[in-house]
Write a protein of this length. Structure first.
Length: 84
């Protein structure tokens, strides 16, 4: 994934779910970046977005990633098709 490539959020999830989603997408050849506030992870806080993890992929692979997530059981912990 190049530094100039635009990333979009394909879903949000809790940290452990996000790790599973990341592994699934990477197994399909889609590079993933997880974006989260470290305080939520350290303290286990899940209030007002703390503890929320954004699963981000390159914009040109977003639709493919959403399709993979929709076909699996990965939509329960977050919203598929999140904001970019």
């Amino acid at each position: 994934m190049s530094a100039r490539e635009r990333l979009v959020t394909v879903c949000t999830a809790r940290y452990m779910e996000a790790q599973i989603i990341k592994g699934r997408l990477e197994s399909e050849g889609i590079p993933v970046l997880l974006s989260y506030e470290s305080a939520g992870l350290i303290y286990g806080i899940t209030i007002d977005g703390l503890g929320e993890v954004k699963v981000m992929v390159p914009k040109h692979l977003a639709e493919e990633a959403k399709g993979i997530l929709a076909a699996g059981e990965f939509t329960e912990g977050g919203e598929v098709g999140g904001k970019s």
